[in-house]
Design a protein around this ligand. Sequence first.
Ligand code: NAD
Length: 325
Amino acid sequence: MTKRILVCGAGGFIGSHLVKRLKAEGAWVRGVDLKLPRYESTEADDFAVGDLRQPDFVRSVVDQRFDEVYQLAADMGGAGFIFTGANDADIMHNSATINLNVLEALRKRNCSRVFYSSSACIYPQENQEDPDNPNCAESSAYPAHPDSEYGWEKLFSERLYLTYGRNHGFQVRIARYHNIFGELGSWNDGREKAPAAMCRKVAQSTDGDTIDVWGDGRQTRSFLHVSECLEGTIRLMRSDFTGPVNIGSEEMVTIDNLIDRVAAIAGKHINKNHIPGPTGVRGRNSDNRLIKEKLGWAPSTTLNDGLIKTYTWINAQVEKGRKDI
Ligand code: NAD
């Protein structure tokens, strides 16, 4: 029988890719979001545009028993959105309200298999001060001390989903995503993350130009291409493991190295000007021991393969913008 699937946040970056992937598998998919996907039309069979902070709207989209529900909607963005403090109340209020509403509506319709996208931002700050040796093992989450309100909301919502598992018999699946990037993501609207921002800056530069980089460039991160994120998400959803589990890459690089890689892909020499800016923790890397143990799988696509695809797409957007002027 055709699976019926609900994707909340289907107008966003990961959600729009997920809809495409689920459609390719032959599922019937309803997408929900404040907005349609920005760069491509949606492949969802049905797409409800509306606000998941409104309980009536949420009840109206959960009007049947779905086989799988993926809850990715959140008020989120890159460091420029999460770490300045200016958006903290919105981040906490909006995302928590969405999760509270969605779970209640699912309970009333007896939809019990639900995936929740948490984040590496839940890990304690003090475990991520050494850029060469961050600790992001799942078991290190407590005692909790995330470096942002975004991380605290994710931690609260992880716990909320787990309570619905314990008290209402939900089959909850929780992933902690680590810096997901790829084509069709924010690249120029203030919510873009480091890989997209660097691809844009390099695409807009000519050979020998200098670009601004927040921080000293020695902070470390790992980045996972969206195709691998989807693979991990779907494998987790259909496994018997609740999580929370990291879905990320273990290929950790400095931000300076990320820029050098993008510049090499573009065939340009790019100089860096390090300026003060929101940077988050000094080091972060996925720890994939648990996902390997529980799912017998971990991401394997290299950072460079993902960057080539992403740079090619962002460069095409930049070129298109130039032609439109
Ligand atoms: P995104 O911002 O592109 O997608 C989130 C979507 O939620 C947006 O389309 C937005 O319009 C929608 N949304 C926000 N408020 C809403 C509301 N009130 N009603 C309906 N829709 C609403 O982000 P993304 O990168 O696709 O991330 C998806 C999920 O994964 C989020 O929960 C995010 O916190 C989590 N995550 C992402 C990353 C990453 O690196 N991209 C890392 C960790 C966790």
